[in-house]
Design a protein around this ligand. Structure first.
Ligand code: NDP
Length: 455
């Protein structure tokens, strides 16, 4: 049951993810229903589902085409105000259990809808699927957790981070823990710094309503990039069971904090008018729906430390931003120099780096070798591969977890609070203007002098 049937997330990401999942044969027997406000109808919903299923059926086998055709035939739309006491519970009870309730609603509406539900009102098997942002700080996330846990057990609460649905991100575990060449090297003794970038071409794209009250730190770093940091730095779990994996993710995030003083370890900036990928981008502050006095950052960089025996001494630099000239979506692990380089080698001025790209999914190891020519001169070579794109879209992977009752790819309640605990002090310092809001031209690479900018 998708609450928010007419919404942007539902049409752009959720339904296409679901259709691909059904087309892959991994969601046999699923029934889809939608619900939402009074401006939408059964007819519009069926058309939306039909169009998306049809697009996904292109090239599918006859059997899978049939599965996709069946979905719009049996789907229904219910008009309701989810914030009204009793309405949502009544709707859930009218459906065949178990029901997965996907809250594709504005965050404030989701909060109200959950508060309107009474303990015992939902069948215990009901699964609640919560979108990001999960709260707006540690206190509100804790509050939302308390509300949810009154309704269903923790393992039935899926806090979606669609980044964790990305094949490459989960591949980090295989890469780190299945390779003798890498597993022992992921410690501060060998790794100088870990950088996680999410630089996008995209600017505001008419999403001021959401983005202007979030900003780059809340939108990307607090959620997705901290999850990637945790995957890159967690101790090896003994199994891939959800409890082991999520215990280890939570444990490393509990050890994570801003490195040193916030004014030295964080940077924020906002784009001004420019050209990005051949498109004119207006000044962020003058975009429709933006309140310039909010000082929302569209580019953020934070340097974190992991205060445990494995990582103390390694810098973790997280950066995310919009309207940038060069999209850069990758994690870069920079290794320390060798203890002693035999005297006589020339050209050894670049460190060994391992790059993990997210979309396109790639893996690259930059090494120095002698190569052709002068045998005393070291040359840079890159061993690289493009990884096969996963069969499922990220939201398909998220939904597969929901439908199969496996919460491994969702964020556990305590971890969601930890992520806010890490960024809350930064948000407070920025709100108090302790770190200046810089500017950068849309289409450029951000302000100079940041750790993550080599300019
Ligand atoms: P939209 O504003 O596009 O859609 C919100 C939906 O909620 C609409 O279908 C609206 O119905 C419905 N709704 C609002 N109030 C009520 C109510 N009281 N009762 C029933 N239905 C209601 O939001 P998005 O789809 O963009 O976002 C949904 C969630 O997904 C948010 O939490 C967002 O942060 C998250 N998200 C969104 C992404 C995106 O790219 N859009 C990406 C990642 C996360 P109606 O208009 O008919 O009243």
């Amino acid at each position: 049951m998708i609450l928010g049937a007419s919404g942007d997330l539902t049409g752009r990401l959720l339904l296409p993810g679901l259709a691909r999942l059904i087309g892959s044969g991994k969601a046999a027997g699923i029934k889809l229903a939608g619900a939402g406000g009074p401006g939408y109808s059964q007819q519009q919903w069926v058309k939306r589902v039909t169009d998306i299923c049809q697009a996904s059926a292109e090239g599918a086998t006859t059997h899978r085409k049939a599965a996709l055709k069946a979905i719009p035939k049996h789907t229904s739309f219910t008009e309701l105000d989810v914030t009204k006491e009793g309405e949502l519970a009544k709707l859930v009870s009218s459906l065949e259990a178990p029901v997965a309730l996907y809250f594709a609603l504005p965050p404030a509406v989701t909060q109200k809808a959950c508060e309107a539900l009474k303990p015992g009102e939902l069948p215990e098997s009901t699964v609640l699927v919560m979108e990001k942002p999960f709260g707006s700080d540690q206190a509100s996330a804790a509050n939302l957790n308390r509300t949810l846990i009154r309704l269903v057990p923790e393992e039935n609460i899926h806090r979606v981070d669609h980044f964790l649905g990305k094949g490459t991100v989960f591949n980090i575990l295989g890469l780190r823990f299945a390779n003798r060449l890498l597993e022992p090297l992921f410690t501060s003794e060998h790794v100088e710094k870990v950088e996680i970038f999410y630089d996008e071409y995209l600017a505001l794209e008419n999403r001021a309503g959401y983005y202007d009250s979030a900003g780059a730190l809340r939108d990307m770093i607090q959620s997705h990039l901290l999850q990637v940091l945790a995957l890159l730095s967690m101790y090896a779990p003994s199994t891939l069971g959800e409890r082991d994996v999520r215990d280890h993710l939570g444990s490393v995030l509990r050890a994570t904090a801003v490195a040193g003083e916030i004014k030295d370890s964080t940077r924020r900036a906002r784009y001004t008018a420019g050209t990005s990928k051949g498109r004119k981008v207006p000044d962020y502050a003058s975009e429709d729906g933006v309140d310039a006095s909010r000082n929302t950052e569209t580019l953020a960089e934070v340097t974190l430390a992991i205060n445990n025996s494995r990582w103390a001494g390694t810098e973790f630099i997280l950066r995310a931003g919009k309207a940038l000239g060069t999209p850069r979506k990758e994690a870069v692990i920079t290794f320390r120099p060798v203890n002693h380089l035999p005297t006589g080698f020339k050209g050894a001025d670049l460190p060994t780096t391992l790059r993990i790209g997210f979309g396109p999914d790639t893996l690259q190891l930059d090494l120095d070798v002698n190569g052709p020519g002068d045998m005393y001169t070291l040359n840079r070579v890159t061993l690289g591969t493009e990884l096969n794109s996963p069969d499922l879209l990220p939201y398909g992977e998220v939904l597969l977890g929901v439908l199969s009752g496996d919460p491994t790819l969702s964020v556990r309640g305590d971890t969601a609070e930890e992520c806010w605990r890490i960024v809350d002090p930064i948000l407070a310092a920025w709100a108090a203007n302790e770190v200046p809001l810089q500017e950068y031209k849309a289409g450029g690479n951000g302000p100079r002098g940041w750790k993550s900018n080599s300019d």
